[in-house]
Design a protein around this ligand. Structure first.
Ligand code: SF4
Length: 301
């Protein structure tokens, strides 16, 4: 199925009409950046399948702005069970890429929620297939479903079939103790949710997420041998298109996923070669202040 955003919408389902009005995906999650569409679903009874004890205890998606969107996430879940799910989401993604032809657009699964059945996971395979020819688009996944064999096999098939998909496998100390370290899928990362900054990840972990349910005052580039998410490390800042620091209220914004791209499509080696351009202190005024250009007469004086 190939869908163009400007296909005739006459006769579309209520769900498709609704897509045009407010969108099912979100690109306003501050960590990700405006080129990243995040997909979230509210699981029934707020229980993600495959959630570990640590995951349940420290779930970032049960705090902050997520609390204001319960209804929206419940509607998103409901949509996944409907026949129009694939067409609705495909249309929205294609429309977004067409509206941003000069940008690299990424879709994040899941900002909140989890693959709750192989059937649902296969629906995403259909969406990816339907958007495969969109050159400025890719997908990245975070999942704990790797510990279930049918899900893992389906995830492997998804990544094997589509270069535009990166499958990152989420772990923490509870999962590693119970199920061991997973083998990566394709070029996907093994990520680790650290309970504290003393929770050293085991060998094989590529990327650490800090526990955002507790305050972190200090910077942290690595934990054990693994890189800390650059946004959460507090040592990298976002940039405008011209390379100047992106500011909010005169202070440097933290780097966003759309620049970091480690979870999306960037290798660790590539990050090492580009990270210097993002060094700065989030929340501080920029250290390099751009001097306004003086007029020719002033220069001559
Ligand atoms: S590592 Fe980079 S891409 Fe991944 S969550 Fe952190 S900022 Fe985003």
């Amino acid at each position: 199925m190939k869908i163009q955003a400007n296909d005739n919408m006459a006769g579309e389902s209520p769900a498709v009409r609704r897509t045009v009005r407010r969108g099912w995906l979100s690109n306003t999650v501050s960590k990700k950046g405006c080129n990243v569409l995040a997909w979230s679903i509210g699981m029934p009874n707020n229980r993600c399948p495959f959630a570990s004890i640590i995951c349940r205890q420290y779930c970032y998606a049960s705090t902050g702005q997520f609390l204001f969107h319960h209804e929206r996430y419940a509607e998103n879940y409901d949509l996944t069970t409907k026949p129009e799910f694939i067409e609705t989401i495909t249309t929205e993604i294609v429309q977004f890429t067409e509206n941003h032809p000069d940008e690299r657009v990424s879709v994040a699964l899941h900002e909140k929620g989890e693959f709750y059945s192989v059937e649902y996971l296969n629906k995403w395979e259909e969406i990816v297939s339907a958007t495969e020819d969109t050159t400025n688009l890719n997908y990245f996944i975070y999942t704990r479903a790797w510990r279930n064999e049918p899900f893992r096999t389906t995830l492997e098939e998804l990544a094997g079939k589509h270069n535009m998909v990166r499958v990152n496998l989420s772990t923490d100390s509870d999962m590693v103790a119970k199920y061991g370290m997973p083998n990566p899928i394709g070029n996907g990362l093994i990520t680790y949710l650290a309970e504290t900054d003393d929770d050293i990840p085991p060998p094989g972990v590529d990327l650490v997420f800090r526990n955002l349910r507790m305050p972190h005052n200090g910077t942290l580039e690595r934990l054990g041998g693994a890189l800390v998410c650059p946004y959460e490390s507090k040592i990298y800042i976002a940039q405008n298109k011209n390379g100047s620091p992106a500011l909010g209220n005169g202070k440097c914004k933290p780097i966003r996923c759309m620049e970091c791209r480690l979870c999306i499509d960037r290798s660790m080696g590539e990050w090492d070669s580009v990270k210097a351009q993002y060094v700065g202190t989030p929340g501080e005024p920029p250290s390099v202040v751009e001097v306004p250009q003086t007029g020719l007469n002033q220069e001559e004086n």
